[in-house]
Write a protein that binds this ligand. Structure first.
Ligand code: URA
Ligand code: CA
Length: 441
């Protein structure tokens, strides 16, 4: 086989066989196929697409490009949760402790933020002392002892994806369904969990900008998961405005703590409850959504979810006191308040632009090697549909650098739209995709 022939085949719209895909992924991972040929292929895939079986074969080849984590030493059905990437998506920090408090063991491997999207690992690292790289033994022991652990992907987990994602990031080939599906699912399959709950974001701040594309992505990921023998469900949720109130690393840790203490923002909590109910069902802990939600609500009310979060932080070297005394978390020097000029309703909060603004303030990375300012970010004191009186604070910007703040501020103001007329709150959960079909809400 020659790579140039395979590029040509895809360029001309033909289907690649399982053996051809395996040859490409093996060769690329080993360094035998150079980046320039791989980028030509990804661009051909961008324009020609991939069939369902090509996407499945690509996923399986990528999952097998490194080691498959062995979580068999963890008791119970391990359920993983993954988001396709959004702005201010604090769900993992809330959901994982709640599910663990209900008895579902969670062994989660998370990623870092890139561009306008944040990453759970960065958020966790704003807790002093917190370690997100544990050995496999420590990871397994923590899940058995505490009930949950969240770590970074190990070096040898789907190395093909690591290389390919970095290449896609700089060749404008990230936002294409077969490559997103195979990227996410290869890591989930290699991560070793028994079942997978996917949060497929749709809207302005997501890779999938419209519902039909999000549905296609959800369907193919569910098919791939199920065909690999793992129960997989996907929930399509809104990402037209950031989720919850906080955007930024230590700000989102505070938001997660507040939510686990019963003082959270409704939209964030609703998404957590919905995703969490499927985690409990797939883990065999609840039979129906109602039963699962009532368990999660008890874990919230009793504080056992928050207690689990603290236990996890402590077990991974973090200072659990910082989850009560927020002054122990990195704190920005400048807190700039944006106030309502008159009585108004918030009519739009453009997620992607707000994510980029938070990134420019230091909360995220423009390129993979940027260093993050864990204290920077944006607090949305009001969400779409909320009313604000004249002079009420609608947004607070957290920064450490006056000049950066002044550069970013006009774009933050432009991402907030207001109206004198009442505005309806947007829908939050659009659909559930399982092996049995689609349920719309
Ligand atoms: N998240 C991933 O891990 N991969 C993608 O391609 C997109 C989002
Ligand atoms: Ca948030």
């Amino acid at each position: 086989m020659r790579m140039v022939d395979l590029i040509k085949k895809k360029r001309d719209g033909q289907e690649l066989s399982k053996e051809e895909i395996e040859y490409i992924i093996k060769g690329y991972t080993a360094g035998d196929i150079p980046d320039y040929q791989m980028s030509a292929l990804t661009m051909a895939i961008y324009f020609r697409g991939m069939s369902e079986s090509e996407t499945t074969n690509l996923t399986l080849s990528m999952a097998r490009s490194g080691e498959i984590a062995d979580l068999s030493a963890i008791n119970g059905i391990k359920v993983d949760k993954h988001s396709t990437g959004g702005v201010a998506d604090t769900t993992t920090l809330v959901l994982v402790p709640l599910a663990a408090a209900c008895g579902a063991p969670v062994a989660k491997m998370s990623g870092r933020g890139l561009g306008h999207t944040g990453g759970t690992l960065d958020k966790l690292e704003s807790i002093p002392g917190m370690r997100v790289s544990l050995s496999m033994d420590e990871f397994v022991n923590n899940v058995n002892n505490v009930g949950l652990a969240v770590i970074g992907q190990t070096e040898d987990l789907a190395p093909a994806d690591k290389k390919l994602y970095a290449l896609r990031d700089v060749t404008a080939t990230v936002d294409i369904i077969p490559l997103i599906a195979s990227s996410i699912m290869s890591k989930k399959l290699a991560g070793g969990s028994d079942a997978i709950v996917l949060d497929v974001k749709v809207g302005d701040g997501a890779f999938m900008k419209d519902y039909d594309s999000a549905l296609k992505l959800a369907e193919i990921m569910v098919k791939i998961g199920e065909s690999a023998g793992k129960r997989t469900v996907a929930v399509i949720t809104d990402m037209n405005q950031p989720l919850g109130l906080a955007i930024g690393n230590s700000l989102e840790v505070i938001e997660a703590c507040e939510t686990l203490k019963g003082r959270g923002c409704k939209d964030l909590l609703d998404v957590c409850m919905f995703l969490g109910s499927y985690m409990l069902m797939l883990a065999g802990i609840a039979r129906t959504r109602e039963e699962a939600v009532s368990k999660l609500e008890s874990a919230l009310k009793s504080g056992s979810g928050f207690k689990k979060f603290k236990e996890m932080v402590k077990a991974q070297g973090g200072n659990p006191e910082a989850l009560d005394d927020y002054s122990l978390l990195p704190e920005a020097k400048i807190k700039y308040e944006i106030k309502a000029e008159k009585d108004l309703y918030i009519s739009a909060l453009h997620a992607e632009e707000l994510g980029l603004c938070a990134m420019r303030l230091g909360a995220g990375r423009a390129t993979k090697d940027d260093v993050i300012d864990l204290s920077a970010g944006i607090m949305l004191n009001k969400k779409v549909g909320d009313f604000a009186h004249k002079d009420e604070v609608i947004t607070t910007v957290y920064a450490n650098d006056e000049q950066r703040l002044n550069e970013v501020l006009p774009d933050i103001l432009n991402s907030i739209e207001t109206s004198e007329e009442m505005v309806e709150r947007p829908r939050l959960i659009y659909a559930l995709v399982t092996r049995d079909g689609i349920e719309s809400f």
